[in-house]
Each structure stands twice: as C-alpha cells, then as structure tokens.
Ligand binder design. Structure first.
Ligand code: SF4
Length: 343
C-alpha cells in the first residue's frame, strides 16, 4: 500500500463523519429535489449515456402515478420546502404523449416551485431537458407557454460529424433546425421563463468545436432574455460508461471521501414508480421501494435508504459499486493535499 493510500484509509472515515455531522445534522422531512421520469423510453442511443444497460421496463409514467406524486410534493411545496422538480431522467421526455399536460398540472399544483426558477439554474424550479429531436413547432410553443422555469436543449457539437460521435440516431441538421425554430418563437414573444440553455457536453470530440458552438448560437440567442449556451462536463455515470474516445484522459487518483449529499437532498422516481439511489442509478437497483405502492415520505425515511445514509456517513462504500466508482462523493483529491504538504 502506498503512503498516500494508507493515509487515505486512516483519515477517510474521520473526514466523512466530521463533514456529515457539519452538513447534515438533521435529515429533511422530504427531499428538496425530485427527479421524476416522465418516460423511460428514448429514441436515441447516446454513447455517453448508461441507458444501454438499463434493465427496467421502457414505459411512460401513467397519469395516475404522476398525479399522486404531485399531490405529495404539493404538500411540501405549500411549506416552501421543494427547490427542484425535473420531469426527465433516463428517457426522452418529448416522447410522452401528455408531457404538456404534466407540465401544466405541475405548474398549477406547485406554485412556490416556480419562484425558485428566478435563480435561473438547472437545479432550481421546474426543469426539463430534451434531445430536441422531436421538437416540432407545436411542442416548442407548448414548452415556451408552459410553467417550465428551465429548459435544456442538448446539441453536442457544431457539425454533423461531431454530433454523430455522441448521439447515435439523431440528425444534427434536424436538431439544430428544431432549436432555431424554438428560439425564433421565443424571440417573437419574449418572456421571463423558461430560461433556455443550449447544452454541449465537453468531450474529446466536442472540445475542438466549443468556440464554433458559441458563435453558431450567438445570433439565434440575441434578443431572447435568459437564453444561453452551457458547457456540461462529461460524466462516466459512476463508472457505468466506458468511452475512452469521448472522455479526456484523467489520471487515476486517490481521493478523500466526503459523502455526496444526494441521499440527503434528492429522490429520483422512475417512470414505473421505482425509486433510485440517485440520478446515476439507471436500474433503480438498490431496493428502495416503489412510489406507486409506498408514499414518498415513507420511502425517504424507510429502512433501506436510512441504512445507505449511515454507510455513506461512515464512508463505507466498498459494497456499493455505484458509489465506490462515483466522482460526485469525492471532493478533495488526496494527492492535491499531499502535494501541498510536501511543498
Ligand atoms: S456517491 Fe454517486 S452514485 Fe452514490 S449516491 Fe452519490 S451521486 Fe449517487
């Protein structure tokens, strides 16, 4: 064992406990953030997405389940306790035939959530992310008129060749035309919401085109309040995706462990009601329960999630393959501290 690894083994549990007790002294009554998968169907096979290994059924969330989730969230929205609700997870939300109806009801039932949108962030308010392949003019107008506070449109690259390295099944020219049409509609009737973010994932293939991406969208974004291009870091989804052609080389490091916070803040509910550990848990495979059978609050305070929180708080991730390989929970690279010590 290297000196670094020995030091990490010694200090990790202590640091994890100290961090945990400082940040999460009291568990919230209900999650602050909710990811609700309006559909788990998708029309693309993106190389950087772990959906290829999804074993859950691909389906649309039934209206009865969505309404029951809204009822439960609304109770906490009344107390202003909910910051973020997203209607996407591992599917393409525009495939859901009643997406606009879902958004309309979410906006009506969760009035306080919309105020959170003033922070203009993808982690506040009522949010939706789409690959924009199905964004015809009717859907574009519907989304602009909906209570959404943030709308993410994925357009990776500024050329068909680069786009094709990422999003198998999508056609760059068509996606770009769909986004341009939505922006033109947005310019015609400027409105405060939604914030519009054209998102580009930074990979080995898109990085050389980032300047061209910014220039390409500049003229289309002009005159639309709160519209912008956002660069998103590449993720390997806690080791579930291995695409060396996309991911920039990353020196393997020893990390100090600090718990990631997801288990104290966020709940992800799949289209069939299955509850995931966090947004990375593509198969919702941790036996946390099903929101179609058990109230969210009961799952939140239930035994399986409580046990997982304790393991996180103690930094015991060995038997949690997803968390063990995840970079979210590792905030301070040990070798950085180590170098500083030796300076
Ligand atoms: S450490 Fe990673 S995989 Fe585990 S709960 Fe946190 S975000 Fe999810």
């Amino acid at each position: 064992m290297t000196e670094q690894a020995a030091w990490a083994r010694l200090t990790n549990p202590l640091v994890a406990r100290a961090y945990h007790s400082a940040r999460y002294r009291k568990l919230r009554d209900f999650p602050r953030s909710l990811v609700i998968e309006s559909t788990s169907r998708c029309n693309l096979r993106c190389r950087m997405c772990p959906r290829g290994s999804m074993t859950r059924r691909a389906q649309d969330m039934p209206r009865a389940l969505f309404d029951s989730l809204l009822d439960q969230i609304a109770e906490h929205d009344r107390r202003d306790m909910v910051d973020f609700v997203a209607l996407h997870w591992f599917g393409e939300p525009l495939l859901h035939p009643d997406l606009l109806g879902f958004l309309e009801r979410a906006g009506r039932r969760l009035p306080n959530l919309r105020r959170r949108g003033h922070l203009r962030s993808a982690v506040r308010g009522l949010c939706l992310s789409t690959n924009a392949t199905l964004l015809d003019s009717e859907l574009a107008q519907g989304l602009l008129d909906s209570p959404l506070t943030w709308l993410g449109l994925s357009v990776d690259g500024s050329s068909p060749e680069t786009y094709a390295t990422m999003r198998e099944g999508g056609v760059f020219e068509q996606v770009a035309a769909n986004v341009e049409r939505l922006l033109a509609l947005g310019r015609r009737h400027p409105r405060e919401f939604p914030t519009i973010a054209i998102q580009v994932i930074v990979t080995r293939t898109t990085r050389p085109e980032l300047g061209a991406c910014l220039r390409r969208w500049e003229k289309h974004l002009a005159g639309i309040p709160h519209a912008r291009v956002e660069l998103k870091p590449y993720t390997d989804w806690a080791g579930q995706v291995c695409e060396p052609e996309l991911e920039a080389p990353n020196r393997r490091r020893q990390f100090l462990y600090l718990n990631c916070g997801y288990l104290w803040d966020t709940m992800a509910v799949g289209a069939g009601g299955e509850v995931g550990l966090c947004c990375y848990d593509v198969n919702a495979s941790h036996g946390l329960g099903n929101a179609g059978q058990t109230p969210l609050q009961e799952i939140w305070h239930g035994e399986p999630l409580t046990a997982l929180r304790h393991r996180h708080a103690r930094g015991e991730l060995k038997e949690l393959p997803l968390c063990r390989n995840c970079r979210m929970g590792r905030k301070y690279p040990l070798d950085y501290l180590w170098r500083r010590r030796r300076r």
